[in-house]
Design a binder for this molecule. Structure first.
Ligand code: ADP
Ligand code: 5GP
Length: 186
């Protein structure tokens, strides 16, 4: 049995990480995906147990107390956390898994599971990041402003990641990400 790896993807919000992860999951159908818990409200089209487990604050806090999360952070004013059990199961079975985390969560996973592969996704520049956040049409003006301020800070964490992929042309970025995953899966 091969060794399972965790691929930890982080990006400033709006860089295109969710879009890339969706594409990558169709390129690698065997790849597992860590479904996070969040206290954020679902966006249009998001489904319980598919995109996230949507919890209220008290259920989230209970999960923290029960040691049910590998890591958890407050991001843009909401709580997000990685259920620990599926990660442990994936590694035990030698399966690969993608984790979509903010940079603070990524740092904690790098500490706890040093064999994790960190991949930082960037938009070509801040103007394009802002354009994409608006084009997505899912966040309020206030939330877009918070995300842009946070982006400046998140970009400073890039050196902690083994790889950076600039999501300029989507197909090129998918190809680059696929070749990193293939290389690290050997
Ligand atoms: P994230 O998950 O990083 O917050 P999304 O995947 O939701 O970002 O992407 C933000 C917006 O940018 C979406 O509307 C998406 O369709 C668009 N987008 C993603 N990648 C690209 C790209 N390479 N070029 C142009 N627009 C993109
Ligand atoms: P969004 O609200 O756009 O879905 O996600 C906001 C941010 O939370 C993104 O940077 C995403 O990577 C991060 N995030 C999603 N799930 C988790 C998680 O389980 N843990 C941590 N630390 N961050 C997460």
């Amino acid at each position: 049995m091969g060794k399972g790896r965790l691929f930890v993807l982080s990006a400033p919000s709006g860089a295109g990480k969710s879009t890339l992860i969706e594409r990558i999951r169709s390129v690698f159908p065997e790849m597992l995906y860590s479904i996070s818990c969040t206290t954020r409200a679902p966006r249009a089209g998001e489904r319980e147990g598919v995109h996230y487990y949507f919890l209220d604050r008290s259920r989230f806090t209970q999960l923290v107390h029960d040691d049910g999360l590998l890591e958890w952070k407050e991001v843009h004013g909401n709580l997000y956390g990685t259920p620990v059990e599926p990660v442990v199961a994936a590694l035990a079975q030698g399966r690969h898994m993608i984790l979509d985390l903010d940079v603070e969560g990524a740092k904690e996973v790098f500490r706890k599971i040093p064999s994790s592969v960190g991949i930082f996704i960037k938009a070509p520049d801040m103007a394009e990041l802002e354009r994409r956040l608006r084009a997505r049409g899912s966040d309020s003006e206030e939330s877009i402003s918070t995300r842009l301020v946070n982006a400046q800070k998140e970009l400073q964490a890039e050196p902690l990641f083994a790889y950076t992929v600039v999501n300029h042309d989507l197909d090129d970025a998918v190809e680059e990400l696929s070749s990193i995953i293939t290389q690290e899966s050997e």
